[in-house]
Write a protein that binds this ligand. Structure first.
Ligand SMILES: [Zn+2]
Length: 203
């Protein structure tokens, strides 16, 4: 079915905004800033996050500076449509953990006149495109790519380097598990950990 078939009957124009970047780049803070502005305008806002993320709370989106906004934890993105029928602004945090069905859901919401704001990691710890984010970037009306600061050299950082050798894609954690690195330092760190691995293997 054509995603746009119901768009014509809706007079309000919706859109999709994606806020992406590495860890420690301020994605959740940027999402909070947009939510606050919408709330000042008396728009109704709902926030979803994947329930895989249980770092601090089941019912709040918590940013690194511990500001919190109420939200709904979901295991599957499919429930977003029914849950957000009555609101103006639909926000999805940590969206990389939802699978690609989220892309169609965001398109449907925007076509129904909703403002959709999605925040998430654009790359995993190997520097590869992460989950639903690459597809969302393609269909988005507006894209904001945020950067952290490289802990090695102070340049702008877009990679989230994992400090352990685990290959598991989803590992939740903050400062003790990841560090933001620039392209040059990330490449060097990957090389170093490869040679470290082969050392361990040869022993
Ligand atoms: Zn660097």
């Amino acid at each position: 079915m054509n995603l746009f078939s119901e768009a014509e009957i809706n007079e309000k124009t919706g859109n999709i905004e994606v806020i992406c970047g590495s860890m420690f780049s301020g994605k959740t803070e940027e999402l909070m800033r947009r939510i606050k502005r919408a709330e000042f305008a008396r728009q109704s806002v709902i926030i979803f996050k994947p329930s895989v993320d249980k770092r601090y709370s089941e019912t709040k989106v918590v940013s690194h500076d511990m500001k919190a906004v109420p939200c709904i934890s979901l295991t599957k993105a499919e429930h977003i449509l029914e849950e957000s029928a009555a609101v103006d602004v639909v926000c999805i945090d940590e969206a990389q953990f939802f699978d690609s069905e989220l892309i169609d859901i965001c398109q449907k919401l925007a076509n129904r006149g909703k403002r959709v704001i999605v925040a998430g990691l654009d790359m995993d710890f190997k520097g590869e495109p992460f989950g639903s984010i690459p597809g969302l970037l393609a269909v988005a009306d507006h894209v904001t790519k945020l950067h952290a600061i490289c802990v090695k050299c102070g340049a702008l950082a877009q990679f989230s380097h994992r400090l352990t050798l685990s290959k598991q894609r989803i590992m939740l954690g903050e400062k003790e598990l990841y560090e933001p690195l620039c392209r040059k330092c990330f490449g060097k760190a990957l090389k170093d950990s490869e040679s470290q691995k082969s050392l361990t293997f040869n022993e």
